[in-house]
Design a protein around this ligand. Structure first.
Ligand SMILES: *Cc1c(COP(=O)(O)O)cnc(C)c1O
Length: 388
């Protein structure tokens, strides 16, 4: 039957990993031993103390009923304590924290709370696709802020036309950044706060990679900036920090009124995260954080293998201080898609073309550090054989 999809679906850009998956399957079918550095999903298991906490909590009948919409009080309390310890933030667990079913859920639903039909959101590009799709689903329009090397992959606030800024209701940001690996400092966040206050814009900062910093670098929270809590919401995730992508747990923090809007949307869409998963989240947040230190060390080592290897192969790589992505320039004269295809077809390596995250990503490919060191060494050896 002719069921026509809604315009909001047909307006979406093509799903980035679909075509890559198809090509990967094609190459694998030929018997090639494919190395997957495509999707950003940690390969390591969730630490066992977190699994144990889930197992125990799952036994408790009181957790089998509907959770609270905004999250268990005890989870929000431990998230507040974690934010205090980690960033020095003082947050009221009752009004300034909402539990999320993964941060993607919160990010995707957030525009529904503050955008009316035709309203503008400021979206970085290249970027995680959910800021734009969430905006589209809410009937909003995206004004894209290009992230380019010359500006440290930070948006140039001065380049946003004043009439666009006046119209905008939300600005999405994400540091440490996927896909570029870039980081933001306090001085940049202070400029963002001033800009947001000047134009009455909500800043929605995605901090999914806050714990993935290397060489002693500890990413900061947007909410550490003076005045940020007047205009800001920040999305946190346990996915990358604790290898918990499959568990679906995150939380939003920030301005109480802004969080109330998100909470109201969520109360009408979902019924909260499974309490037993939140209990496991408490175990993660209240732990000594040694699993995070171990995770950082693991990716540092992998980063060194891949970065050095790619450079030896003649490629130009951005230095990586945070996230588990290596943002690599394509060989001279080669487009992102061409290089991704070459890597897949001639070396059996899956990567993501930079332009798939947005036009200014053209000329880059993203490598995810999601395989162990020997496999990365194998990947490097294969790339060297290409003779770039
Ligand atoms: C992985 C990732 C997330 C995390 O999503 P969850 O829903 O918490 O698993 C959020 N933002 C970005 C930019 C990511 O790369």
């Amino acid at each position: 039957m002719p069921f026509e999809k809604a315009a909001r679906l047909t307006a979406l850009p093509p799903y980035l990993f679909k075509e890559i998956d198809r090509l990967k399957a094609e190459v694998a079918a030929k018997g090639v031993d494919v190395i997957n550095l495509g999707v950003g999903d940690p390969d390591q298991p969730t630490p066992s103390f977190i699994i144990k906490a889930l197992q125990e909590a799952a036994e408790k009948p009181e957790h089998h009923q509907y959770p609270s919409y905004s999250g268990m009080g005890s989870f929000r309390k431990s998230a507040a304590a974690w934010c205090k310890k980690r960033f020095g933030l003082t947050l009221d667990p009752a009004t300034e924290i909402v539990t999320l079913i993964g941060s993607k859920e919160g990010i995707a639903h957030f525009p529904l709370a503050f955008l009316n039909q035709g309203d503008m959101a400021l979206i970085p590009t290249p970027a995680y696709p959910v800021y734009h799709s969430g905006t589209l689903f809410a009937g909003g329009r995206s004004h894209f802020m290009p992230l380019v090397k010359e500006n440290g992959f930070l948006p140039d606030l001065n380049a946003i036309p004043a009439d666009v800024a006046r119209e905008a209701k939300i600005m999405f940001l994400n540091y440490p950044n996927n896909p570029t690996g870039a980081t933001a400092d306090a001085a940049f966040f202070e400029k963002v706060v001033a800009f947001a206050k000047q134009y009455n814009i909500i800043v929605a900062h995605d901090a999914a990679y806050s714990e993935m910093g290397f060489d002693g670098y500890r990413p900061i929270s947007f909410l550490e900036s003076k005045g940020a809590k007047d205009i800001g919401i920040e999305f946190h995730s346990l996915s990358k920090s604790f290898n918990m992508t499959g568990w679906r747990l995150g939380f939003a923090i920030g301005n109480a009124e802004i969080l109330d809007g998100l909470g109201q949307v969520k109360a009408n869409i979902d019924s909260g995260a499974f309490n037993a998963v939140q209990e496991a989240g408490i175990a993660a947040l209240e732990s000594d954080q040694s699993s995070i230190t171990a995770m950082q060390k693991l990716y540092e080592e992998r980063r060194d293998v891949l970065t050095e290897g790619l450079r030896e192969a003649g490629l130009d790589v951005e230095p990586l201080k945070a996230t588990f992505y290596v943002w690599c320039h394509t060989p001279k004269g080669m487009k992102s898609a061409e290089f991704t295809s070459l890597l897949l077809e001639k070396a059996g390596i899956v990567t993501t073309p930079g332009n798939g995250f947005g036009a200014p990503g053209e000329g880059y490919v993203r490598f995810a550090l999601t395989v162990d060191k020997p496999r990365l060494q194998e990947a490097v050896a294969r790339i060297k054989k290409l003779g770039i």
